[in-house]
Design a protein around this ligand. Structure first.
Ligand code: NAP
Length: 282
């Protein structure tokens, strides 16, 4: 039976470490590190995510602010908010909560964020830094996944890793982080011919699709590490991309949904913000 990878507990440990770091940083900076979140519209899931981020920031002594904008906000109004935060010296890190209401061009908003304040690590310049092997804020969810994988003790060097999903937010940066650690990486997507076969050969499986139980338990190789990024709300409950119970009988370690990747995404957002603030002291 697989070890259940406890993302909640690891995220709590990381937040506690960050809290201690902030206590040291505050007098040096003359203020608390600042995280700003722009929230446009009234998507209920986004409200919950932003509320969780706000709470987590406050708990570790970070100065959090949420700029709430109506769903009717225009692209130029959203960009004006981003510009204001770019110019605000008390804001170290910022994010624009995705998705934006329909009809708004997300890329042009993301591209407007000052890459040096990009707490989500999603600005094309920071994705480019990742691909080029240069330091910079890494995308939060994939960075959190790496920390979860590291708790299992699996040797990444030479391991066969399969990432299912190729989004800019999760799949692509995920594959690069694994590659950076010398795994042999295969990226699967909706046009992959034989997903079962790809998964079956993997020592590490990261599923980031958003289709409940797409990954069947019987596909998992004995002893593999399985990380389930997927979150889909089904009848009020969050469901992952992996058929958990069956996969857990074959895997050596597996993340639950919820309580796996989700808490780590927020912890990495806070960690990126603290890292950006620290850069200002150099
Ligand atoms: P996305 O942009 O919709 O990308 C989904 C990816 O899955 C695409 O690359 C797509 O392939 C691929 N895909 C779709 N159907 C497939 C199939 N049948 N077989 C193989 N691949 C398939 O989603 P995302 O933003 O990356 O998010 C993925 C999931 O992670 C979602 O459930 C999201 O809610 C969750 N998520 C969770 C967290 C967290 O903190 N827990 C953070 C971010 C995202 P194509 O490119 O070919 O279309």
């Amino acid at each position: 039976m697989a070890k259940i990878i406890d993302g909640k507990s690891l995220a709590r440990t990381i937040r506690n470490e960050l809290k201690r770091e902030i206590e040291i940083l505050k007098p040096q900076l003359g203020r608390a590190p600042g995280l700003a979140v722009v929230l446009v519209g009234d998507d209920p899931a986004s409200y919950i995510y932003v509320g969780n981020k706000e709470k987590a920031a406050a708990e570790i002594g970070m100065a959090g602010q949420v700029i709430r904008m109506p769903a009717t906000a225009s692209l130029s109004e959203i960009i004006a908010s981003v510009d204001k935060l770019n110019a605000d010296d008390s804001v170290d890190g910022m994010i624009v909560q995705m998705p934006l209401p329909p009809g708004l061009d997300e890329a042009s908003v993301l591209n407007r964020i000052d890459p040096n304040k990009d707490a989500d690590g999603l600005h094309p310049m920071n994705l480019g830094r990742l691909v080029a092997g240069m330091p910079g804020p890494r995308s939060c969810t994939p960075a959190g996944v790496m920390r979860l994988i590291d708790t299992t003790g699996i040797e990444l060097k030479g391991a066969k890793a399969v990432v299912i999903g190729r989004s800019e937010m999760v799949g692509k940066p995920m594959a690069h982080l694994l590659l950076e650690r010398h795994a042999t990486v295969t990226i699967c997507h909706s046009r992959t011919k034989d997903l079962a076969d790809e998964v079956h050969r993997a020592d590490i499986v990261v599923a980031a699709v958003g289709r409940p139980e797409l990954v069947r338990g019987e596909w998992i190789k004995e002893g593999a590490v399985v990380i389930d990024v997927g979150t889909t709300r089904v009848e009020g409950k969050l469901k992952g991309d992996v058929e958990f119970d069956q996969a857990a009988t074959r895997a050596s370690a597996i993340t639950p949904v919820p309580g796996g990747v989700g808490p780590m995404t927020i912890a990495m957002l806070l960690a990126n913000t603290v890292a950006i603030a620290k850069q200002k002291l150099l």
